[in-house]
Structure formats: structure tokens, C-alpha cells
Write a protein that binds this ligand. Structure first.
Ligand code: CUA
Length: 188
């Protein structure tokens, strides 16, 4: 049986169309990977608030005396943290159980990770941005807070402790501190 030359042309045309379609999908996927990698992955989730990293220890919200757990007038607690190679300040946090806790954290140098084991807190700390996270610890207990973004040669040694204590005990400890600097941490 003779092969119809037009059927060969048809097959070639169809094959070429499929090849172009597959190539277009591959290009689209690579484009998405590059876009998310360069843009979104380099930003903390709550990237609306900016802070100048060079002023962290000098003035403003993140000066050293303002870091730690601060009781608010409405009964909630705000915890301020600065991450730097290769530690968190403070290295040990104290928070009350059963109270809404707002974490406000930033990085002084490079991107660090912010994760508290056994909770839903899992974020990034990016220099120039304030990462904010709200949670309520239901029970007392100890948690680890490792940095889980590779940040340099000392990365694996970078972690802090979180101690969740009874609400009354927390408020008692806070009340003992001078009124202008009620910042609770493990080191008082
Ligand atoms: Cu900081 Cu890894």
C-alpha cells in the first residue's frame, strides 16, 4: 500500500504544535519559579511594616531595653525580638499562657527564621521589615525557638528558649519591674 504524502505532512504539523505547547508550559513554569524565588521568597509574610536595620540598637522600638515581653494595657502581651548572626535577643523569652501574645520581630543583618516548636509560629525575619505574629499559648511549658533559615556558618547554633508560664505569675513578675521598663525575659 502506498503512503499518502499528505498524511506525513499532517503528522509533522501536529507534532510541531505539541512541541511548541510543551515548550510554552516549561517556559511558564520556569518563569513562575524564578519570579517566586526572587520576589516572594525574599520577603516575610507581613512585609507591610519597614524598619531601618542600622538604627535597631540606637533608637526606636527595637532598642535593647525594649526587647522581651511587654504587658499591654488591654491585658495582652507584646514580645519584641531582634535576630542577628547567630543569636536572638533576648535569648530566652517568657510569655503567659491563655493571653493573646503579639510577636514583633526583625533581623539586624541577614534573613533568619523564626519558629516556635509545638505552635503555629513559623515565619521569616528579614532585615528592613517587621514580622508580626499573633498567638495564644494554651498551656504552660517550654518550647525551643530555632532559626530555620540558613543564615551563615553559625546557623545550626542559633536558637532561643520560650517559657510559657502561668498568667498570674507572669503579671506578678512584670509588676515587680520598674514601671517604665516592664519587659519580662528569663534574665531579669
Ligand atoms: Cu539565623 Cu539561621
Amino acid at each position: 500500500m502506498a503512503i499518502d504524502p499528505s498524511s506525513h505532512d499532517t503528522a509533522e504539523r501536529v507534532e510541531r504544535r505539541w512541541a511548541i505547547l510543551v515548550l510554552a508550559i516549561a517556559v511558564l513554569l520556569v518563569g513562575m519559579v524564578v519570579y517566586t524565588g526572587l520576589h516572594w521568597a525574599m520577603m516575610p509574610p507581613s512585609r507591610v511594616e519597614t524598619v531601618r536595620p542600622e538604627t535597631l540598637g540606637v533608637s526606636g522600638e527595637f532598642i535593647e531595653s525594649n526587647l522581651g515581653s511587654a504587658p499591654e494595657a488591654d491585658g495582652s502581651v507584646t514580645v519584641r525580638i531582634v535576630a542577628q548572626q547567630y543569636s536572638f535577643t533576648p535569648q530566652c523569652l517568657v510569655v503567659p499562657a491563655g493571653v493573646p501574645v503579639t510577636f514583633r520581630a526583625t533581623a539586624a543583618d541577614v534573613v533568619h527564621g523564626f519558629l516556635i516548636t509545638g505552635t503555629n509560629i513559623n515565619s521569616m525575619l528579614e532585615p528592613g521589615y517587621v514580622s508580626t505574629f499573633k498567638t495564644t499559648f494554651e498551656t504552660t511549658g517550654d518550647h525551643l525557638m530555632p532559626c530555620h533559615e540558613y543564615c551563615g556558618t553559625g546557623h545550626q547554633n542559633m536558637w532561643a528558649h520560650v517559657k510559657v508560664i502561668d498568667r498570674a505569675e507572669f503579671m506578678e513578675r512584670a509588676a515587680k519591674l520598674p514601671a517604665r521598663s516592664r519587659r519580662v525575659s528569663c534574665v531579669q
